[in-house]
Design a protein around this ligand. Structure first.
Ligand code: ATP
Length: 196
């Protein structure tokens, strides 16, 4: 990111002069007060729209994944399918994909609801499922918005560990968060208050 600035039409700039290099094997905590533009910056990194000024360039990143606050799943499909399908899309055979998916679901405390339909999951379960799916897709860049907001401490800790594990496999992970524990678990902090 080089001299990136953004703001919405008719509003002041949310942030400007944002220059940073994001590296594989790192988990970045994207922090800043409510409304400072964390979700906006994630959208820019996802390539959904260009920044008002400055440039965002990627090297060696073909697969970008994102897990945003409102979980969108397929109502009739099982939790297990949501995680095993991206694994199969990545080349795994069905039985292997299911086994790996089950392991991921267990990591996220979702083993008991593996066969439940997406429409039957609670808000917190659906959010964790989207994270498990995001990780299963093995993106090189994963963008996550408030992953631990609705979770108890133990589950939040598991989520943080899974994000670290993905980074250790060579991914760049960016996590917008207000959670101090999550922030402490990240390798780096990007504070939008520094670019207001
Ligand atoms: N599509 C949009 N059009 C116009 N204004 C927007 C749009 N999206 C966000 N905003 C405004 O931009 C500001 C930053 O929003 P954003 O969601 O990026 O902040 P945030 O730091 O993620 O906030 P929070 O911590 O509360 O989730 C807010 O004032 C918001 O109302």
């Amino acid at each position: 990111m080089d001299s990136v600035a953004h703001g919405y039409r008719g509003q002041h700039r949310l942030f400007s002069n944002l220059t940073a290099e994001l590296l594989p094997d790192h988990v970045y905590a994207l922090v800043g007060p409510s409304g400072s533009g964390k979700s906006t910056l994630l959208s820019l990194l996802a390539g959904w729209y260009p920044p008002l000024s400055g440039t965002i360039a990627f090297e060696g990143v073909d697969r970008v994944g994102w897990v945003f606050q409102n979980p969108h799943g397929v109502a009739q499909r099982s939790a297990l399918d949501h995680v095993s399908l991206p694994l199969q899309a990545g080349g795994a055979r069905r039985p292997a994909a299911k086994l790996r998916a089950l392991t991921l679901l267990r990591e996220f405390g979702l083993a008991d609801v593996a066969s439940h339909r997406f429409s039957e999951l609670s808000g917190g379960e659906a959010q964790r499922l989207m994270l498990a799916r995001g990780i299963a897709a093995a993106p090189q860049l994963l963008l996550v918005d408030e992953p631990t907001a609705q979770l108890d401490m133990r589950t939040a800790e598991r989520v943080n560990e899974s994000l670290q594990a993905l980074a250790h496999r060579g991914a760049i992970v960016v996590v917008a968060t207000h959670d101090q524990n999550t922030r402490r678990r990240c390798t780096d902090v990007l504070d939008l208050a520094d670019y207001a």
